[in-house]
Ligand binder design. Structure first.
Ligand SMILES: *Cc1c(COP(=O)(O)O)cnc(C)c1O
Length: 386
C-alpha cells in the first residue's frame, strides 16, 4: 500500500547504541526523543532495547501512548507544559521541563492533590531564543521553586539550533556548566541532569577537550537520520537511511511544461511561474502536502519534484521509464519524517526486526498493514497491464 514509510528498526537500534557508546565514553547520558516519530511504540521499544532508559517527547499524548503500550522507561515532557495540561503532566511525565513559575506553582498544587512528587528540569535561555529562563533570573527562580511542595528540581538544560539557529559552542557549554555549579553550591542542590542540548551538540562534543558538567543530551535527529542538524553532515558509523518514504505513480503522460490559459492563484494562494521547456514526461504521485512535507523529500532516482497540492505531487520524469503503478522511493529530512510519522494517511511498515521473538505491540488492524506488499509488476499483471 502507498503512501507508506518503511522503518528499518535494526538501523535505528544500531544508531541508538552507537550514540550511547560515543557520548557515554565522556560521561554523557542520552534521552531518546520520540516526538519526530510521534511516540511510535515499536521505535520506542527499539530505543529501550538498545540501552536508552529515558524517553522524551513534547506531547503528553505520545507519552501516554508509550506508557499504554507497556514501555518501561523514565518519561520526560520536553516542552514547558500549558496550564491546562498540568493534570496530565503529573500523570504521564516523570520529569517535565519548565520555564514559568506560575506553571510550576500549578504543578506543585496538583502534585500535592495526588500526594506525589514531580521532578522538573529548568530550561535556561542561552541565545537561541526559544524556551528558557534568562540566566540572570535563574537564581531567584530556583529560590522560589525550592519553596514549592511536591516539586523537586533535578536539573537544568538549554536548547540550541531550534529557533534562532544558535550553535551550542564551547563557550555556551562552559556557561551552562558554570551555572550548574553555582546553583549546586549556592542552594546545596544536586543536579543529576545538566542537559546541554540536542543532536546539534555533536560537533561540540566531538571537538571539546572537556564536557565540563554536561552529563545529558536529548537526541532525536541523530538517532533517526544519522546526521547532525547544523550542516546535516552524516555522523561516522551511523545509518542515514533508516526511513524511506514510498509513493506510487497514478498518472504518467507527455504534457506541456508550462500551464496554459489565464492564471490566478494556486491551491495555496501563490502565483506560481513556470519556464516553458516544451513537452515533458510528467508523472503524478498519489501523495501531497496532507500526507507529507513534500519539500523534505529527495527521490532515490533521477526525477524532479515540480510541486504539489494537498493530494498530488507532480514529477518531471526525465529519462526514467516510470509508468502507472510504479513505486518511487524517497529519503526524508527532519520535517518530512515528522509529517509522515504524524500523518494518519501514511502507513507504517517495519523492516529489519531485531529478532523473530520480538513482540509486535500494535493493534491487529495495524499489523495487517505489514503484509508483504505485492510488487508493482504484480499489480499491473493482476490488472492485465504490461
Ligand atoms: C526536539 C527537541 C530535542 C531533540 O532535537 P534533535 O535535534 O532531534 O536531536 C531536544 N530537546 C528539545 C527541548 C526538543 O524540543
Amino acid at each position: 500500500m502507498t503512501p507508506r514509510i518503511e522503518i528499518n528498526l535494526a538501523k535505528i537500534a544500531h544508531n541508538a547504541s552507537k550514540l550511547l557508546q560515543l557520548f557515554g565514553a565522556k560521561g554523557i547520558d542520552i534521552m531518546g526523543v520520540t516526538k519526530v516519530v510521534c511516540g511510535n511504540s515499536m521505535i520506542a521499544e527499539v530505543l529501550i532495547d538498545s540501552g536508552i532508559h529515558m524517553l522524551a517527547d513534547s506531547k503528553l499524548e505520545n507519552l501516554k501512548k508509550m506508557r499504554d503500550a507497556g514501555i518501561h522507561a523514565q518519561f520526560i515532557l520536553l516542552r514547558t507544559p500549558g496550564l491546562s495540561e498540568v493534570e496530565s503532566v503529573i500523570r504521564y511525565a516523570d520529569i517535565s521541563m519548565n520555564t514559568e513559575l506560575s506553571t510550576i506553582q500549578c504543578l506543585s498544587a496538583t502534585a500535592m492533590k495526588y500526594d506525589t512528587q514531580h521532578q522538573i528540569i529548568l530550561m535556561v535561555e542561552m541565545g537561541d531564543l526559544r524556551e528558557g529562563i534568562m540566566p540572570a533570573d535563574v537564581k531567584g527562580f530556583v529560590r522560589e521553586t525550592m519553596m514549592l511542595p511536591g516539586i523537586q528540581i533535578v536539573g537544568i538544560g538549554a536548547s540550541f539550533a531550534c529557533f534562532g539557529g544558535v550553535m551550542p559552542s564551547e563557550k555556551k557549554m562552559k556557561q551552562l556548566s558554570l551555572l550548574s555549579s553555582i546553583i549546586e553550591t549556592e542552594f546545596s542542590l544536586s543536579l543529576p541532569y545538566v542537559s546541554g542540548g540536542n543532536s546539534a551538540n555533536y560537533n561540540w562534543f566531538a571537538s571539546t577537550e572537556s564536557v565540563g558538567n554536561i552529563n545529558n543530551l536529548r537526541l532525536g535527529e541523530s538517532i533517526y537520520l544519522g546526521c547532525e542538524p547544523l550542516e546535516r553532515i552524516p555522523i561516522p558509523g551511523l545509518y542515514t537511511d533508516a526511513f524511506t518514504f514510498v509513493s506510487e505513480v497514478i498518472e504518467a503522460k507527455l504534457k506541456p511544461s508550462k500551464p496554459y490559459g489565464e492564471t490566478g492563484q494556486d491551491a495555496f494562494g501563490n502565483h506560481p511561474r513556470f519556464m516553458d521547456k516544451g513537452y515533458m514526461r510528467r508523472g503524478i504521485l498519489g501523495v501531497g502536502s496532507q500526507d507529507v512535507l513534500v519539500a523534505g523529500l529527495s527521490p532515490e532516482i533521477d526525477v524532479e519534484i515540480l510541486g504539489s497540492s494537498s493530494d498530488h505531487t507532480l514529477l518531471d520524469l526525465k529519462q526514467t521509464h516510470l509508468k502507472v503503478g510504479d513505486e518511487v522511493r524517497f529519503s526524508l529530512n527532519y520535517g518530512a519524517l515528522l509529517s509522515a510519522m504524524s500523518s494518519p494517511y501514511v502507513s507504517k511498515e517495519y523492516h529489519g526486526t531485531l529478532s523473530e521473538s520480538h513482540e509486535d505491540p500494535r493493534p491487529t488492524e495495524e499489523k495487517s498493514k505489514q503484509k508483504p506488499i505485492s510488487k508493482n509488476l504484480d499489480i499491473r499483471t493482476h490488472c492485465g497491464l504490461k
